[in-house]
Design a protein around this ligand. Sequence first.
Ligand SMILES: *Cc1c(COP(=O)(O)O)cnc(C)c1O
Length: 413
Amino acid sequence: MTDPKPRGIPRVDLPSDVRLDTRAVREGLPASQWGENSEALFLTSSFCHPDAATAAARFANEEEAFVYSRFTNPTVMMFERRLAALEGTEACIATSSGMSAILLLCMGLLKAGDHVVCSRSVFGSTIKLLQGELGKFGVESSFVSQTDVGEWRGAIKPNTKLLFAETPSNPLTEVCDIRALAELAHGAGALLAVDNCFCTPALQRPVEMGADLVIHSGTKYLDGQGRVLAGALCCSQELIDKAFMPMMRSAGMSLSPFNAWVVLKGLETLGIRMAAQSERALGLARWLESHPSVARVYHPGLASHPQHALAMAQQQGSGGAVVSFVVKGEGADVARRHAFGVIDATRVCSITANLGDTKTTITHPASTSHGRLTEPQRLAAGITQGLIRVAVGLEDLQDLKADLSRGLDALSA
Ligand SMILES: *Cc1c(COP(=O)(O)O)cnc(C)c1O
C-alpha cells in the first residue's frame, strides 16, 4: 500500500514479533517526555504548532501531527493503534459510539443508488439506520437470513457495494460464515463489514477470514465495565485515508479522549475477561440445558447449537459470553409470566439490556430490545415471550446458577 503522507508520529518501541497479549497491554504511542507508565489522558481540544509554516503543512495534511481532537488526539490514537493491532488491520478510526462507527462506514463508502445486503439478525438500530436513515438518502438495503449463504447470493445486485454481517447474533447467537460471505462480496466487487462486538478480537478476527472492515461498539466488551460509549472501524490505511478520515473531519462523530482512555485501559484485560466470561457462560449454558423448566438453550459452545462446528472454527473454540434460553410455558402469556418471574427472582444479575460488562445482565428481549416489533415479526426472528438473554460477567458461576434457580425451580415445583 502506498503511503503518500510522511507518518511523523512514532510508535511505542516494541520488538516486531511480540504477540497479541503483549500488544493488548503495550501497543500505542511512546510515553511523553515525563515517562508516565500508564497512558496519559490528553484532554485538549487543539494542539500548538512551532510556527505558521508548520501549521500550514499540518492543516494541508502534508505532515502527520496532532491538530484538533475532532480527528487527531494522542489518547484516541493509542486506542486506535491498539485495537488495530488486535484485529490484525493496518489501521483503525475511533468513533463516539458503535452506531456512529456504522454511520461512518456507510457515509464513507456509499452514495445514493448503492445497495447493501445485510443480515436480518443484526442489532436493531443497525437495521433502522440502513432502512430508515440511509434509505432517505437513496441507499437501498436488502435483509437476508443470518445463516443461509444462498439468500445472500440471491440478494446481490449490480449496484451492491457492501455486505454487512454481525456474528454471533443477538440474542439467539446464530453464526454466519465469514469466509463464505467474504468470497461472495469480493466476487461481486463489494466489501464485507463484520460487526465483531460479541466476540471481540480476543475470540474472532474477521479480517483473517477475508472481511474488509470490522465494526466495534467499544461500549460492550472493549470497555468491559459498562462505563462509556465508544465505537471503532478497523480496516486498511488506504480506506481510512481516502474514505473515513475526510468524513470524520467533516462530520465529527469523534470519540472523546476521556472515553478513549477508558476503553484503551479496558483492552489491557480483554483477553482474560473474554476467556473467563465465556467459560462461565458455557458452564451456565450446560446447566440450563439440564434444567426441567428450560425448553431450549442458545450458546455456540453447546454441541446442540446448529452452527456449533462453524462457531468453534471461527471463534477459536469459544462460544462467547452470551447465553439465551427459553423457559417452558404454554402460550405467549404464560411464557411471558414465567420469563418475568425468573428475571424478577434474581438478586445478583442486573436487569438491563446492556452487555459486555463484568456484572452479569439479564433481559427479556421480546419486551425490551425487540419490543417495537409486532408479534409476527418477533416470531419470525425467533424472539418468543419465554426467551431470556443473559450476558455473563465475572461473578462466581455457582452464585449465577443459584440466582437463576430461584425462579426456575419455582416453575417446575
Ligand atoms: C450495542 C451494539 C451496537 C451499537 O453500539 P453503541 O455503542 O451502543 O452505539 C452495535 N452492534 C452491536 C452488535 C451491539 O451490541
